[in-house]
Ligand binder design. Sequence first.
Ligand code: DGI
Ligand code: FE
Ligand code: FE
Length: 189
Amino acid sequence: MERYEALQIVEKQLTEKRYTHTLGVAETAIRLAEKYGADVKKAELAAIFHDYAKFRKKEEMRQILIDEQMDKRLLQFHHELWHAPVGAFLVQKEAGITDEVILSAIRWHTTGRPNMTTLEKIVYLADYIEPGRRFPGVDEVRQIAAQSLNKAVLAAVKNSIMFLMSKQQPVFPVTLDTYNDYIQNGEDV
Ligand code: DGI
Ligand code: FE
Ligand code: FE
């Protein structure tokens, strides 16, 4: 699918603000793919579609999680976490994207996961550092991203966990698994 067609599909699903964020993620993902030797077109498409399900109703997402036998633990956690796996499902069903490399980058963009593919890392990181993001620590992660993809993903995961903890929010187990995997198995971290 070409960029223009993908953007047209996604624009209908998102608010203006979220669409602008999506353009930022796409631009950043392209840059990271060029730098770290991933498929640039796939990185762009995954980024364009990553928040496809962001504004779906909670009940619709809950039903898809159940029907498609996704991780049951998600139901006990904040529904903000649901748009990533539900998005991967809907992008396949409604937009006809079948490339599993792209779908998995969408599926894991919020929590990461152990043993991430390069494209998963790129979309995860691009979502975190796209130019519209402004929160404490983001500039440091941007700088690290210029040096090492793995170091930057780890820094983003760490910041996310510490942010959730500082607000006394629960941390989804897969987010912690991602962190542990980087610490225990990560090269170049
Ligand atoms: O969809 P975006 O806002 O672009 O970004 P995202 O998909 O990375 O994150 C969506 C939300 O999910 C964000 O408000 C933080 C939250 N989140 C991320 N990881 C965890 C989490 N919430 C909980 N409870 N636990 C997590 O591990
Ligand atoms: Fe998201
Ligand atoms: Fe996003």
